[in-house]
Each structure stands twice: as structure tokens, then as C-alpha cells.
Ligand binder design. Structure first.
Ligand code: PGA
Length: 248
């Protein structure tokens, strides 16, 4: 059995003090959670949020990491820098980074390998655009991402994949339960084939894209869906807690 994992992606929201306020509100609401709970916060919020999370089971995540160990990469943050602060998870290859910051399958792959080498758990995002879905290209696009983004990984139990159809992110338009289940099932099957013998069966795959307090139960009831990567709804304590407590 794969343990469900619900992760909040705050994106570029919440100053450090706002972040502390939010986790202080979330903490008592998710005390009895049976799933893994993660908040992926802006890098500069990490020290304050880390302190605020003391005594809770909520894990700390970042939203990006550079692939080099160190060096002349102005503005970037290394995996070791995150690790030293107690960060355990890092989102890699979010569609917003691919769209606005020139992230490619190649850099996603390099960042993922660097995160793993430092002992972080990467949450690697893949997904198709609306145009690609409507053009019947979903499986082709995902297959290409699967081949490139995960090359060289030896143990897939150490990573999390987030399937995020780009057309569902921040749009209020969720994939149906069946659509999400079917596509995640396809991803798992395709990855098992591409990376046979590397623990793909133990790898968790989340759904992401307008997941909220209302639709989470239906999505989480699907056998292929192991969790959620939550944007908008992770910014409100009761909404995020309702998703974490999807099984209650
Ligand atoms: P959303 O974002 O929940 O606001 O659609 C999800 C994500 O981008 O990770």
C-alpha cells in the first residue's frame, strides 16, 4: 500500500509572518492526519515556517532547487542549502517554471538527480496542455516527459510524481475523477515499463489542478491517485485541512 501524500504549493504567496500564521492555523486541524502532509513554501519563508512546524508532523518543502552543488549561479539555491534547513521535499518542474522560467525536461532531470543526491524527496510535476489533450496527444506528451525527466533514477520509491494537467491549474477546471485516475494509471504503467526493476510500484503519484475541499474525496477514492498537490486551496487553513482529512 502506498501512503497518501497531500502537499500544499503556496507558490509566490505568504511572507514569512503570513506563512507562520497559516501553519499555526493548519496545525491543530491536521493533528489526526493519516497521510503525509507537506507545505512547499517560498524559499525565504523556510526558516520561520520550519520553526513554526516544530512539534507537528507536517513536513517542509521547497518549490525549486538548482542542480549544481554550488558555484556561480546568482539567485539560485542548492539542494544542500535546503537540506541543512530541514527541508525534506522539493517541487521540481512545475508547469509555471516550465512556462515562465525556461525549465526544460533536461533541467528537470538534472534538478531531480541533484535533489535525490542530497537526500531530498523530489515532487516532479508532469502534465499536458489543453491543446495537447484536445489534440489527443496526452499519452505522447507524458511518455516523452517520463523518458526524459526521470532518466538515471535508481530507486523510484524515493520520488513523488505530480500529474498536473496544465488546463486544470488555477482554472477551477478539475480533471474528472475518472480522467485523473486513468491518466495516472497510464503514467504508472508507462513508468513501470521504462524503469523496470527500479521500485516504480512504490512510487506515489499525486493529482494536481484545482483540487479542493469539495472534490478531494472523489479524487482520493480513485485507486491510482496517491495524493494531491494543492495550490489555491492550500492558502486557506480550513480548505487545506479538509483535503488532508479527506478520509474522515
Ligand atoms: P491549483 O494549483 O490547486 O491552484 O490549481 C495546483 C498547482 O499548481 O500545483
Amino acid at each position: 500500500m502506498r501512503k497518501p501524500i497531500i502537499a500544499g504549493n503556496w507558490k509566490m504567496n505568504n511572507t514569512a509572518s503570513e506563512g507562520v500564521e497559516l501553519v499555526n492555523a493548519i496545525k491543530p486541524l491536521v493533528k489526526g492526519a493519516k497521510c503525509d502532509v507537506v507545505v512547499c513554501v517560498p524559499a525565504i519563508d523556510i526558516p520561520a515556517v520550519k520553526k513554526a512546524l516544530r512539534g507537528s508532523k507536517i513536513k517542509l518543502g521547497a518549490q525549486n532547487v538548482h542542480f549544481a552543488e554550488k558555484g556561480a549561479y546568482t539567485g539560485e539555491i542548492s539542494a544542500n542549502m535546503l537540506k541543512e534547513y530541514g527541508v525534506q521535499y522539493v517541487i521540481i518542474g512545475h508547469s509555471e517554471r516550465r512556462q515562465y522560467f525556461g525549465e526544460t525536461d533536461e533541467t528537470v532531470n538534472k534538478r531531480t538527480l541533484a535533489a535525490l543526491a542530497a537526500g531530498l524527496t523530489p515532487i516532479v510535476c508532469i502534465g499536458e496542455s489543453l491543446e495537447e489533450r484536445e489534440g489527443g496527444l496526452t499519452e505522447k506528451v507524458l511518455s516523452a516527459q517520463i523518458e526524459k525527466d526521470f532518466a538515471g533514477i535508481e530507486d523510484f520509491s524515493k520520488i513523488v510524481v505530480a500529474y498536473e494537467p496544465i488546463w486544470a491549474i488555477g482554472t477551477g477546471r478539475t480533471a474528472t475523477d475518472e480522467q485523473a485516475n486513468e491518466t495516472i494509471g497510464f503514467i504508472r504503467k508507462r513508468m513501470k515499463k521504462a524503469y523496470a526493476g527500479k521500485n516504480v510500484g512504490k512510487m506515489r503519484i499525486q493529482y494536481g489542478g484545482s483540487m479542493n475541499a469539495k472534490n478531494c474525496k472523489g479524487l482520493m477514492a480513485q485507486p491510482e491517485i496517491d495524493g494531491g498537490l494543492i495550490g489555491g486551496a492550500s492558502l486557506k487553513a480550513p480548505d487545506f485541512a479538509a483535503i488532508v482529512n479527506f478520509d474522515k
